[in-house]
Ligand binder design. Structure first.
Ligand SMILES: [Zn+2]
Length: 240
């Protein structure tokens, strides 16, 4: 069993803290802000064993070197981005396993937003750490890959169990909800979900993690019937 907690980094980034209940091992995904993460770690036992990086953008990696030095954490990141990442202890790709104490996560290659973007999937409880590939009600921009690649990556993620916690890299849900509602103005379930998100944000609470089942039902980028429709939607969102 792992427990999961989001930690706001910078303006709207999330670093994700993972704790393996059995061993007490602690990991963090995409630490942008070393101070914010170190403060949390020091207030919760002072242990950081593992740093998982999803892709090379600085707003996901900037705290890595300092945290590695301070806590002796092992750093794991995508093999295909190794030249652009902080120093890694282990480079990983599709199908590799990452171990946090007794918990084992699986690596998925999810190119599109960046070349060398990976996601990490743990199954106790099912939780996906997907960086900037999938957001709640949205998806990452196409910076380096093709629409086909990012659509393929999203379709793979959509195949994970419906109860999977989607632990994404940014708090973009409210703005994504506005776009989604423009795409599907008559979707009552989407309207209700958007209201829920609005209330959470008004109360200063994170809107994520979401559930994969809700994303499959409500996220327009997962609902696009093919890569061409997805590409058109992505362009519309870029200009939204
Ligand atoms: Zn990014």
């Amino acid at each position: 069993m792992i427990t999961i907690q989001s930690l706001l980094n910078l303006k709207d980034n999330y670093a994700w803290l993972l704790r393996d209940q059995a061993s007490g091992a602690v990991g963090v995904v995409d630490p942008a802000d070393a101070c914010a993460v170190a403060k949390h770690i020091n207030a919760n036992g002072g242990r950081l064993d593992l740093i998982l990086l999803t892709h090379h953008h600085r707003d996901h990696t900037a705290g890595t070197d300092e945290l590695r030095e301070r806590f002796g954490a092992r750093v794991v990141g995508p093999r295909a981005a190794v030249a652009r990442l902080p120093v890694l202890d282990e480079a990983v790709g599709e199908g590799d396993a990452v171990r946090l104490g007794d918990a084992v996560g699986r690596v998925l290659d999810v190119p599109g937003h960046a070349i060398g973007h990976v996601a990490y999937y743990f199954d106790m409880p099912p939780a996906l750490f997907c960086g900037d590939t999938l957001f709640s009600l949205g998806c990452g921009r196409l910076f380096e890959g093709t629409a086909e690649e990012l659509y393929g990556s999203l379709r793979r993620l959509a195949g994970l169990p419906a109860e999977t916690l989607v632990c994404c890299g940014h708090e973009y849900t409210e703005s994504n909800a506005r776009f989604a509602r423009m795409v599907e103005p008559d979707n009552a379930a989407l309207a209700a979900y958007a209201e829920k998100v609005k209330a959470l944000r008004a109360a200063g609470k994170p809107s994520v993690p979401s559930r994969m089942g809700d994303e499959v039902a409500l996220n327009p980028f997962l609902r696009a019937p093919d890569a061409a429709a997805f590409a058109e939607l992505r362009t519309r969102k870029d200009n939204f």
